[in-house]
Design a binder for this molecule. Structure first.
Ligand code: KG4
Ligand code: ZN
Length: 343
């Protein structure tokens, strides 16, 4: 079965064709990063309009690159939440129009659930249940126990900032631009010695908290004289060295907490497989540390499938369709949709 996946929840417009929930025939992604970078973050109105411009050519390209015709598409899956309402509407309306015109089944997909399914796209051996997945993205940090397809238990989530959001805010404090994750990682690589920063363990809970770390970073940046940035020392070598040490200290704290809490939950719940997913899963030190600490089979998607893409949406849609789930023509967007216990 060939599923056309469509993703437009945030700042990537993407369309993909995936066969039988596991084989990526195409995965076309148009990033809006450069468009939003000048504002230092995502501007929802700009994102929606850009999706509107991109969505049709991206879908056409996805079919061309997959080498399939419209007759060979069997269903349409689309992210219907969580995300920016206006951005989600563009993808959902495109998906509805295609499904209606071609008489195809339509299925709305939860974006966070879709991130998990990036791990079902890359190996012949699908992850074994029960499994534990850490989803760390720009808007969410969820530790999820998955017993079967569609059967989720959220063990913990962030109480304040998401991990990706924390990277983005740290980058702003350090004057590194947007998006924060990749640039903080690259800057940290230049550090001679990380500046130690606190970790919020929230003992006895599987929840996370990153806002205290952000405040601690801000205070250290002030103490070390790089915040607020002054025009005189703009990009001096001394300043860059301090920024690198702070970036490394910040990244160490986030990675340490994410890894140790995930490993602890995996042993407590006696799972058979561990998964990492979401944009922050592209972080090199996080990937390495989790691989070192894991005592179970661990899957981490390749970089392109960590950040937002439609292949993961098509895969997730395939497994929903297999369970008999279809959306009606009244499919609406759910901007704050959380992963439900069963879906
Ligand atoms: O999953 P995603 O592409 O979009 C959302 O669903 O939010 O995640 C985007 C987030 C951003 O906050 C970005 O800074 C972060 O993922 N990110 C990273 C890295 N690459 C992207 N964070 C840390 N290290 C990276 N290499
Ligand atoms: Zn995402």
């Amino acid at each position: 079965m060939n599923v056309l996946g469509i993703e437009s929840s945030c700042d990537e417009t993407s369309a993909a064709v995936v066969r039988d929930g596991g084989h990526v025939l195409s995965n076309v992604i148009a990033s809006q990063v450069e468009l939003h970078a000048r504002y230092g973050g995502i501007v929802p109105e700009v994102a929606s309009r850009q999706h509107l411009l991109q969505i049709t050519p991206i879908i056409v390209q996805a079919l061309e690159q997959a080498g399939v015709t419209w007759e060979e598409i069997d269903a349409v899956a689309v992210t219907s939440g969580p995300g920016l309402a206006g951005a989600l509407l563009v993808g959902v309306n495109a998906a509805k129009a295609i499904a209606l015109a071609r008489g195809l089944p339509l299925v709305g997909v939860n974006h966070l659930e879709a991130h998990i399914y990036a791990n079902f796209l890359t190996s012949d051996d699908a992850p074994a249940f029960p499994l534990l997945c850490l989803i760390a993205s720009g808007g969410h940090t969820d530790l999820v126990l998955m017993r079967e397809h569609g059967d989720y238990q959220v063990l913990g989530r962030t109480r304040d900032d998401a991990a990706g959001e924390a990277f983005d805010k740290a980058a702003r404090i350090l004057g590194l631009g947007y998006p924060g994750g990749p640039v903080v990682q690259a800057t940290a690589e230049e550090a001679e010695e990380p500046v130690p920063l606190p970790r919020a363990w929230l003992k006895g809970s599987h929840d996370f908290s990153f806002s205290g770390l952000k405040t601690a970073l801000l205070h250290r940046a002030q103490e070390m004289g790089i915040y607020p940035p002054s025009t005189e020392d703009g990009n001096s070598q001394e300043r860059r060295a301090v920024v690198a040490r702070l970036a490394a200290g910040f990244q160490d704290s986030v990675v340490d907490v994410l890894v140790e809490k995930t490993v602890a939950a995996a042993s407590q719940y006696d799972v058979r497989h561990m998964l990492l997913a979401g944009g922050v899963a592209a972080n090199g030190p996080l990937r390495e540390r989790l691989a070192q600490r894991a005592t179970l089979p661990l899957s981490i998607p390749p970089h392109v499938l960590c950040t937002d893409n439609a292949a993961m949406v098509a895969a997730c849609g395939f497994y929903r369709l297999e369970r008999g789930i279809r959306s009606g023509w009244d499919l609406d967007v759910i901007p704050n949709w959380r992963i439900a216990s069963r879906s």
